[in-house]
Design a protein around this ligand. Structure first.
Ligand SMILES: *[C@@H]1O[C@H](CO)[C@@H](O)[C@H](O)[C@H]1NC(C)=O
Length: 400
């Protein structure tokens, strides 16, 4: 029994180390060139699903989010950035290393359906490489960073720029989301994009087309904000979204070393005697009385006035209130009295019902002809108006 359990344990360890080894991916990249790594959701999906399930024809397409950091550190290395637009998109790690070294990157994928996690390790070794002396940066207005990071798109862009530069020896140096450079978030409409800056470098000097950017005529056109005319033989974009914004094109010539800042002049180390220190005169004194009046006295007076007013309303008007209450009582008494009187009056009137009621109150009276149909036979005042009400004044009792 114990033997079989230890076997299972051994197998698990083997499998774990096997998968662990599988999950470690190594890269060796040069300094100063763009590095991109696509975090494929399919790859992580395989980690989440046992293979048997895949063969059973149940293929999930789970939403996933990624969390990347340097091993034992909370964040990514300075040069490396991560982007993923939505949980149903692949993620990208990209950036340009600036100094040699080794970074171990941990990638955690969280399955947003089952909340399982998977972990991959990326080992990036950065080696020194000669800087590309001529670099240029272009702005692609109709692009978004996630859309240019796939290698096929990178190649398309590179090919267009190779034609523009008139050389095949061209490397992509950097991609930057325009939002990271103070660009604005576009409207969520078709045809509005964030924009991407693409930096490329080459050993070869800039082509004629590129050098147009440095001409004063071109710069004037750009500052005026009008359309910039570029001759057709300098326009190489194969698809519209890869076309560059000419006015945002910048050339960097790194072949010449930057001029050293002038060395600081070293003095003797002793301050020259320059007389006594003369302190500046103190500023003229200021009169704070008006400020005091406005900020303290005026609100104080207002508060006192309001207090007095409130006190008057609370105490001075009290009597008046009581008087009014008394009057209300009187009115109520009077009402009571009049109700009594009215009732008596009504009862008196009811007692006098022996007299003939007005014609118009009789039923079947035609007011136009004045004719009466079967008067006082069917209907008589002896029929009680209100049943079961025994009132000494009512005449519900049969009349004598
Ligand atoms: C690449 O672009 C990013 C973002 O603008 C910037 O921080 C970084 O310094 C650039 N790297 C190089 C090597 O130009």
């Amino acid at each position: 029994m114990a033997g079989s359990r230890s076997w299972v344990f051994l197998l698990t360890v083997c499998a774990a180390s096997l998968f662990g080894a599988n999950a470690e991916i190594k890269f060796t990249i040069p300094v100063g060139r763009l590095f991109t790594y696509e975090l494929m959701r399919e790859t992580f999906q395989n980690d989440f699903e046992p293979l048997s399930k895949l063969y059973a024809g149940r293929l999930y397409d789970d939403p996933m989010i990624f969390k990347c950091n340097r091993q034992n550190f909370p964040d990514l290395p300075e040069w490396l950035r991560f982007t993923q637009r939505q949980p149903f998109d692949n993620g990208f790690l990209y950036g340009t290393p600036t100094s040699p070294g080794k970074s171990i990157i941990e990638i955690y994928a969280v399955n947003k359906r089952s909340y399982e996690t998977a972990r991959h390790i990326l080992v990036i070794k950065v080696v020194t490489e000669k800087m590309l002396p001529y670099q240029a940066e272009f702005f692609l207005k109709l692009r978004e960073i996630e859309k240019v990071l796939p290698s096929t798109v990178q190649d398309e862009i590179k090919q267009d720029l190779q034609k523009l530069w008139d050389t095949g020896a061209l490397e992509i140096v950097n991609f930057t989301n325009a939002l990271d450079r103070g660009g604005r978030v576009p409207l969520p409409l078709a045809g509005h994009f964030e924009g991407v800056y693409v930096k490329v470098g080459s050993e070869r000097y800039f082509s004629e087309c590129l050098l147009r950017v440095l001409k004063t005529e071109h710069q004037k056109q750009c500052t005026r904000g009008g359309k910039v005319k570029i001759p057709g033989d300098c326009n190489f974009c194969s698809i519209p979204s890869n076309c560059i914004s000419w006015c945002k094109t910048e050339l960097f010539d790194l072949s010449k070393p930057e001029p050293e800042p002038p060395a600081p002049t070293v003095g003797s180390g002793i301050l020259e005697a320059a007389g006594d220190f003369d302190p500046p005169e103190s500023p003229p004194s200021r009169d704070y009385f008006p400020d005091y009046m406005v900020t303290v006295i005026v609100p104080l007076i207002l508060a006192i006035v309001l207090c007095l007013l409130l006190a008057y309303v609370m105490f001075g008007r009290r009597e008046g209130l009581e008087k009014r209450n008394a009057r209300t009582n009187q009115i109520q008494l009077y009402h009571h009295h009049t109700i009594h009187g009215n009732t008596d009056e009504l009862r008196n009137m009811a007692g006098n019902r022996g007299a003939l009621p007005p014609l118009s109150t009789l039923p079947m009276f035609n007011c136009r002809t004045g004719e009466r149909a079967s008067p006082l036979q069917s209907d008589s005042p002896t029929i009680p108006l209100i049943m079961a009400q025994h009132d000494p004044y009512s005449d519900t009792l049969p009349r004598k």
